[in-house]
Design a protein around this ligand. Sequence first.
Ligand SMILES: Cc1cc2nc3c(=O)[nH]c(=O)nc-3n(C[C@H](O)[C@H](O)[C@H](O)COP(=O)(O)O)c2cc1C
Ligand code: SF4
Length: 452
Amino acid sequence: MQKVTKPFNFARMGTAEEFKNTMTQAGLPFPVDENVDVLATPVKLGNKVIPNRMCIQPLEGFDGNPDGSPSELIFRRYKRYAEGGAGLLWYESITVADDGRCNPLQMVIKPSTVSEIKRLVDESNAAAVAKYGRRPYNVLQLTHSGRRSTDKDWNPTPLAVVPNPYIDHHNSIDGRSGKITFATDEKIEEIIQGFINAATLAYEAGFDSVDIKVCHEYILRELLAAYNRPGKFGGSFENRTRAVFMIIDGIRKNLGDKLDICVRLNAYDCIPYPHGWGMKKEEGVMEPDLTETIQLCKMLVGKGVSLINISTMMPRYQPYGRGYLAELEGSEINPYAGTYHLLKATKEIKEAVPEGVFVCTGLTWLEQFGGSVAAGGINQGWFDIGGFGRQGFAYPDFAYDLMNDKTMHRYKCCVTCDKCYDLIQKGHCQTGCVVRDQEVYLPLYRKNVQGK
Ligand SMILES: Cc1cc2nc3c(=O)[nH]c(=O)nc-3n(C[C@H](O)[C@H](O)[C@H](O)COP(=O)(O)O)c2cc1C
Ligand code: SF4
């Protein structure tokens, strides 16, 4: 497994200014603003409003019911998020097909689960209204796990779209390969139809928007990098992006403007061309090239898909050196450099596509300074909304504190220990914050991870 280096001692940094100076001296000039007032301002999106500029990123808890409906732990999670005050709740990935789950307890959106998913949204909204007199803007992330698919016993059942020598040996979340099936064009069309049908159910459940997930290891992201796939879903830019636009057009045909559409998109894959998206088109070279990413963002915004959440395989990977491969090889990873590069890429994309509303990824790495970087990034035009992932697990009311106390409290922050990841990777069980939400998750950690 990888070694994550942590050269900075955030506990000893008293002010955002100190943080900024230390990071700048280390060659990572993050945008920083001590004044976080901008985070409380709304963002207009068509005829809807996102009430503030703080987003809880999608974080799957691996804790649905076996039938694909939300469990009590999921109801608890979204109530905590709603009460925590973030204006944009990006609900965790939910699969559009039973065979597209990345773990046996991932939620599935289908006619038999939609009423419980609606109850989840209703109860979360009610909790926000009770506290703030308004509800958040709710996005549901739709996915098919593709290479990451598993069966009900956690055995990998990878469905890939093209061979990839860099990652074919490492498909499931715990690093196993499984026997790869390659999707035919007909299978891809079936999955596309699954996204379109799922969007109608998401609308019935009361979501403001659906995210056509085009990031991380999942199937639509893999299609973006399918340079070597023959046929209508591979090769040219038009073919590699075809599935995304077929889904968008299909949803619009059924629902018109009743449901917003957005995407979570990899800026770059940290896997060299011709096996990675957003990378310099020279074989084997680990270097980003955002030309196609920017082209895709322009086309999406042109289609009214203006909310775009920029990610990469994981923000801790730099698109240089060994990139994503460092994870597979156990090489050293500096997550602060990875996060800085991802934010810088987001800035380049935002500058090229100013009409887009961009959410950034990776702020949890910056612990109590995440709010100041979110504010600095917005004020300096790097992105529009600050996206917090694990901080949502650890510190669901960080947004409330940023709006009321104008700061994040270190004693509540995520300590970036990776234990929530260990719960899924090593423990194959439900996940949440082992450190700040001990009552629920420490017993799970002791039982399923410690000693393994
Ligand atoms: C346990 C866990 C579950 C996650 N689930 C999802 C998911 O469902 N969809 C997604 O796009 N990203 C998922 N992510 C990635 C996060 O959204 C986020 O990009 C990542 O944690 C980095 O941001 P952070 O540094 O703010 O945590 C998950 C991450 C973790 C640790
Ligand atoms: S378990 Fe560790 S990494 Fe995960 S949310 Fe909690 S403090 Fe953060």
